[in-house]
Design a protein around this ligand. Structure first.
Ligand SMILES: O=C1O[C@H]([C@@H](O)CO)C(O)=C1O
Length: 550
């Protein structure tokens, strides 16, 4: 293995991701941030300088478990204090598993301002992937709003509530086209884009050779949108999900929820005189955003040669049967670690949209998460009183709660409470979706767990019952770090609490997390080694460590 060193500076940049100029958060003057490429077993060292003049920053390495380095998870209020303007924090962690990952800001809504990039971990030297490919293409998917994140955050925390709405543009590797289409020559009623190839919103092109196999690495760091990706004329074989191998299966299109990553294999076996569209559209919410397009460029055609066929059409946004059929096909490749056959603890987490003093919130078992100023990792390890609410958050919700209807009493509560997990215990979580505040609305939520992978034991419709345990898949459940709950449905996961630290488990939709849609798990914190001082010098830990010891 080797250590891979990076010097990054986070700062504001003027950028035109979709041809319209805005201020974004970039790294080393670029958006998206630089791609990290490493091999399994490597140590990544990122010396991160915060050059945002007036706000803190942290970066989360999404999908990296941080075994033994919980202070490097890059989560404000959990693993560290936000890095102050002009200060440097060193992230040092091991990437132990090959896979497709990404990184992103995890303070306020900074991810939605463009603070993200790709993190690709290849197999260690001498190791082989369980599939063959000749080359690879990387697609980091995101959505983009013209309104800045500060206006978005103030709107979400205002009475009356101002919802952020649908994104203006979908981006592929940080590029998209607002209010125009690259496919205007083949799709009527769309206006053509006027773009020069050097512009920041120039079409993304992926050069391939005919008659080869390519691995597409796909990850979504969207703020809100659930996505669907298709390539004209090309089937895709799914082989990896969230850094774990899956039983290969062929599809025409893949759903990608925020926080998820996939690898798919394609054969470049189509007519080589043509280029082909890669199209990314919105699912699960009524789309007001045009699909993003990129070009699969068969060599030696010119890269910008536009395909003459229409782009693949995204399945209808509310065709949940289609989405479920995709999601249910994701099963572990043989040889993947299997879950323990039973668990020590089962918690049911009800997801609801609620009201608190007139504010709109999301709650878990009627508790909306508020993050404390002192990071949990340091305050738990050093047993500091009054750092967060010590009342235990609820393990379940009332038996008579009707998940098919809006809450009878929409008033919720707020807390920074922690689910303390016994170290090395096996935990089952039932994520239970429900009706939102308005009648006949239940939305998709992709849940992401920090510090662990979990097994997805099953999905179901309506309210989870004890009987559903019998349907759990203990044979080949996929290991993942992000999983979706479908409208009015439930999803069951199992994980082993074997990574000492304090970890977030939350909806990966940026505004939903901001509105309180998450919980905190902590386990074995007494076993955590020396936490870097800079991770703790704020709030109560700040006071403790800034003052000289007696
Ligand atoms: O949190 C949300 O708020 C809006 C809507 O429920 C109220 O405007 C929406 O679609 C969300 O996902």
């Amino acid at each position: 293995w080797k250590a891979r060193h990076f010097h990054w500076e986070v700062g504001y940049v003027f950028w035109k991701p979709d041809c319209q100029e805005k201020v974004m958060i970039g790294i080393n003057g670029q958006f998206p941030g630089p791609t990290i490429r490493a091999k399994a077993g490597d140590i990544i060292v990122v010396e991160l300088k915060n050059s945002l003049p007036t706000e803190g920053v942290v970066i989360h390495w999404h999908g990296i478990r941080q075994m033994g380095t919980p202070w490097a998870d890059g989560t404000a209020s959990l693993s560290q204090c936000p890095i102050k303007p002009d200060e440097v924090f060193v992230y040092r962690f091991k990437v132990d598993k090959p896979g497709t990952y990404f990184y992103h800001g995890h303070y306020g809504m900074q991810r939605a301002a463009g603070l993200y990039g790709s993190l690709v971990v290849e197999v260690a030297d001498g190791e082989k992937e369980p599939f063959h490919y000749d080359g690879e293409l990387n697609l980091l998917l995101s959505d983009w709003y013209h309104q800045d994140i500060y206006t978005q955050m103030v709107g979400l925390s205002s009475v009356p509530f101002r919802w952020i709405g649908e994104p203006q543009t979908l981006l592929i590797n940080g590029k998209g086209q607002y209010n125009c289409s690259l496919a205007a020559h083949v799709v009527a009623e769309q206006s053509a884009c006027e773009i020069t190839s050097s512009s920041q919103c120039a079409p993304v092109t992926f050069r391939v050779l005919p008659k080869k196999t390519y691995r597409l690495r796909i990850a979504s760091t969207t703020s809100l949108a659930s996505l669907n990706l298709a390539i004209a004329n090309h089937k895709m074989v799914v082989v990896e999900a969230d850094g774990n191998y899956v039983q290969p299966f062929a599809v025409d299109d893949v759903d990608v929820y925020s926080g998820e990553s996939y690898s798919v294999l394609i054969q470049t076996d189509q007519d080589p005189s043509s280029n082909y569209w890669i199209s990314v559209g919105v699912r699960g919410r009524q789309p007001k955003t045009q699909p993003a397009l990129a070009i699969l460029n068969y060599y030696p055609n010119a890269a910008e040669k536009l395909p003459t066929s229409v782009p693949p059409v995204t399945p209808v946004w509310n065709d949940y049967t289609h989405s479920k059929s995709f999601t249910y096909k994701i099963l572990a490749l043989q040889g993947t670690p299997r879950p323990p056959s039973s668990s020590h603890r089962l918690m049911s987490l009800l997801n609801t949209q609620n009201k608190l003093n007139g504010y709109t919130k999301w709650s878990i078992n009627n508790v909306s998460l508020v993050l404390p100023p002192t990071p949990y990792l340091g305050s738990i390890k050093h047993r500091l009183a009054n750092a967060f609410v010590t009342v235990k958050p609820p393990e379940s919700f009332p038996v008579d709660y009707n998940v098919m209807k809006p809450p009878v009493n929409p008033n919720t509560t707020q807390s920074s409470g922690v689910y303390m997990l016994e170290f090395n215990s096996t935990v089952d979580v039932i994520l239970q979706n429900a009706n939102a505040l308005s009648e006949n609305i239940s939305e998709i939520h992709p849940w992401h767990l920090h510090g662990h992978d979990f097994w997805v034991l099953g999905y179901g419709e309506g309210r989870f019952t004890k009987n559903d345990v019998k349907s759990f898949n203990l044979k080949n459940p996929p290991l993942r770090n992000t999983v979706v709950i479908f409208p009015y449905g439930w999803t069951a996961i199992r994980f082993v609490a074997d990574n000492p630290g304090a970890w977030a488990f939350h909806c990966h939709i940026e505004p939903h997390l901001h509105m309180g849609m998450g919980v905190i798990f902590a386990e074995g914190v007494e076993l955590v080694g020396r936490i870097p001082k800079e991770a703790m010098t704020c709030g109560l830990t700040g006071k403790k460590f800034m003052n000289p010891y007696p």
